[in-house]
Design a protein around this ligand. Structure first.
Ligand SMILES: *Cc1c(COP(=O)(O)O)cnc(C)c1O
Length: 372
């Protein structure tokens, strides 16, 4: 039996009629940019994420970009950024002419290591960009303490962690901004690109709203240079169909993760992902660490059995060719380098069947039995 890493069509099939209705509504309204669908979506998602303001945007990447533009981050400013994350996190920093300071991550949670950050923070450091990687919240108590101590702005990259909670509180509501992505592989996936910023600050929300529309206010008057960072009304309408189901999608991912935690425990060659107390992961990925340089062999073994896997991420950011000579802190990132060699993400999408996840586990057990 082939098991895909992800199959969004299974999620969409039962909602087919609701999508058709939403599509027709937008088509007949003639409002394809801004308008009632976008406003309704922003209200609904702000409620869901328990934040005062939600600003819909063209992508998660643009959400990070607009957040830093609204905060005035630019040349001469440093931003603490984990070296082990998706490229877009750091790309946004560099595109604004700011300097990324590469920070290592914790091996058990894949999230930013504040011990390492403490040794790298400097007088030009203006912000810290924690990423709630794979759906797992960062330790936001420690992070808030660190940011206060060093007078840093916090921008949360919550692209993979919509709905996750730390100490009962939703991610994206801790920092000056929370940035979200509706890229189709994320827990709430759109039908194309879309993103979001959340904030509790009225002024920052207003600035982000202007920046997404060329800094325009009032009409055809521009006090700042923004861009076109708007979400399509069609994406808003389709996301409104999926949002009420998001908690049930998370619940299914959690059940799969619990199954894997039990079924894969005790395998010598594996370290399983850990969720620390007070954190609720939404399991965008279930990511194993494979010991002893056998990650690629396990991946090939599973591929031969028809099981889809992916390596998030094979190269730490400070080693990316485009970042050669960019930023600082790249000398001491042992954990990021080690994770790039050892991580393997296995299928954890909500609609995965019991039979499929048993197949994944069986394939992994066979690999380690044959190897022994
Ligand atoms: C997906 C993702 C982004 C970018 O979101 P897009 O919507 O694809 O632009 C940024 N950061 C992280 C951690 C992501 O996973």
């Amino acid at each position: 039996m082939a098991v895909p890493l992800l199959d969004v069509s299974r999620q969409h099939a039962p909602l087919r009629n609701a999508f058709d209705t939403a599509y027709d509504r937008v088509m007949h309204s003639g409002r394809f940019i801004f308008g009632p669908e976008m406003e309704a979506f922003e209200r609904e998602i702000a409620d869901h994420l328990e934040v005062p303001h939600a600003v819909s945007l063209s992508s998660g990447t643009d959400a990070l970009l607009v957040a830093m533009m609204a905060l005035g981050i630019g040349p001469g400013d440093e931003v603490l950024c984990p070296a082990f994350t998706f490229f877009g996190t750091a790309g946004a920093i560099v595109r604004l002419g700011a300097t990324p300071v590469w920070v290592d991550v914790l091996p058990e949670t894949f999230n930013i290591d504040l011990g390492d950050a403490a040794g790298k923070v400097g007088s030009a450091t203006k912000a810290i960009l924690p990423v709630h990687l794979f759906g797992q919240p960062c330790d936001m108590d420690c992070l808030a303490g660190f940011a206060t101590k060093h007078n840093l702005i916090v921008i949360e990259d919550a692209a993979q962690a919509i709905g996750a909670r730390y100490g009962g509180q939703r991610v994206g509501s801790f920092g000056a901004f929370g940035a979200f992505s509706f890229y189709p592989t994320k827990n709430l996936g759109a039908f194309g690109d879309a993103g979001l910023l959340t904030t509790a600050d009225d002024g920052l929300a207003e600035r982000a709203r202007r920046l997404r529309n060329h800094g325009m206010h009032p009409k055809y008057h521009h006090s700042v240079v923004g861009g076109n960072f708007r979400m399509d009304a069609l994406q808003a309408a389709l996301l409104r169909v999926k949002l009420p189901h998001l908690e049930s999608y998370h619940a299914s991912r959690r059940a799969h993760a619990a199954f894997y935690n039990a079924a894969l425990s005790g395998i010598e060659g594996l370290a399983l992902p850990m969720v620390h107390g007070g954190m609720e992961s939404v399991w965008n990925q279930y990511t194993l660490r494979v010991r002893g340089d056998r990650r690629d062999a396990l991946r090939e073994h599973l591929a031969a059995a028809g099981v889809g896997t992916e390596i998030y991420y094979p190269l730490p950011l400070h080693e990316q060719p485009c970042f050669a000579g960019v930023g600082r802190g790249g000398e001491s990132l042992a954990v990021s380098a080690e994770l790039a060699r050892s991580v393997l993400s296995i299928p954890v999408f909500p609609e995965l069947t019991d039979g499929e996840r048993a197949e994944v586990v069986g394939g992994i057990h066979r690999f380690f039995e044959e190897a022994d």
